[in-house]
Design a binder for this molecule. Structure first.
Ligand SMILES: Nc1ncnc2c1ncn2[C@@H]1O[C@H](COP(=O)(O)OP(=O)(O)OP(=O)(O)O)[C@@H](O)[C@H]1O
Ligand SMILES: [Mg+2]
Length: 240
């Protein structure tokens, strides 16, 4: 028996209606992602990347087609079930970090655990270990304003890990970060993938996509190409 894919997207379309104007942001998109994959979703501005991320992340539903996450039809879930999936199954990383300002790195990482029912006495210990994983063991009490962009994104990655999700879903995680720090972020994602974590990165930058194992190209809402990345960049030699 072939293992069940983690993500199965089947003939998905997404149509936005704004006044008189209809935009077909995704059209007939299909692919599967298995556990342990490291995938980039690429495409020019407006090609549908964020729309697709919102669907994969159960933040939005397609207009037609099917999305199965671990074999579950996401369309059939109610708001509470969707919220639970977003908290337990998916670790989100956003372009603008979305950290709470004036709140320490440690607390930012602990917040999803508060909502996710992790025992109070375990939260700080787990948060410390995730922050150590991204190299921030010496920045626990720093607030976002006291951290560089790359460091803030590392806090966001630690937060994404906090509920031990099936998948890390990152939308332009390096979009606001200088290129040296961007490669460090990719190295962290690469390390997590080497430990078995499934990672999906949305990007419009070749440099970033080349760090992954598989690249899916979108154009005008269509899946243009989906192929293994043969020119994978070796990140193991980059120091953090
Ligand atoms: N909420 C919305 N309402 C109406 N149209 C939308 C909405 N969100 C996106 N669109 C349209 O859908 C298309 C795809 O947008 P999307 O944000 O998915 O692109 P993207 O590939 O993420 O682009 P970028 O690289 O600029 O972030 C665009 O033409 C956009 O104008
Ligand atoms: Mg986008």
């Amino acid at each position: 028996m072939t293992p069940q894919p983690l993500i199965k997207i089947q003939n998905i379309a997404k149509v936005y209606q704004t006044g008189e104007i209809q935009v077909r942001a995704l059209d007939n998109v299909s692919f599967k992602i298995n556990r342990g994959e490291f995938v980039a979703i690429m495409g020019p501005s407006g090609s549908g990347k964020s729309t697709l991320m919102h669907i994969i992340g159960a933040l939005d539903k397609p207009t037609s087609g099917q999305y199965l996450l671990e074999g579950k039809n996401v369309e059939k879930l109610n708001e509470d079930e969707l919220a639970e999936i977003r908290n337990q199954k998916i670790g989100f990383v956003f372009q603008f970090y979305n950290l709470l300002p004036r709140t320490s790195a440690l607390k930012n990482v602990m917040i999803p655990m508060m909502y996710g029912g992790i025992a109070k006495e375990d939260r700080a210990r787990k948060a410390r270990s995730y922050l150590a994983m991204v190299g921030l063991q010496n920045r626990l009490e720093h607030t976002p304003g006291q951290l560089s962009g790359g460091q803030q994104q590392r806090v966001a990655i630690a937060r994404a890990l906090s509920m031990n999700p099936s998948i890390i879903l990152a939308d332009e995680p390096t979009g606001n970060i200088a290129s040296k720090q961007a490669i460090e972020i990719m190295k962290i994602l690469d390390q997590l993938n080497r430990k078995g974590r499934t990672i999906v990165v949305i990007t419009h930058e070749n440099e970033i996509a080349e760090c992954t194992k598989r690249i899916i190209f979108l154009r005008d809402g269509h899946l243009e190409k989906d192929k293994p990345n043969k020119k994978r960049r070796n990140l193991t030699k980059i120091a953090l």
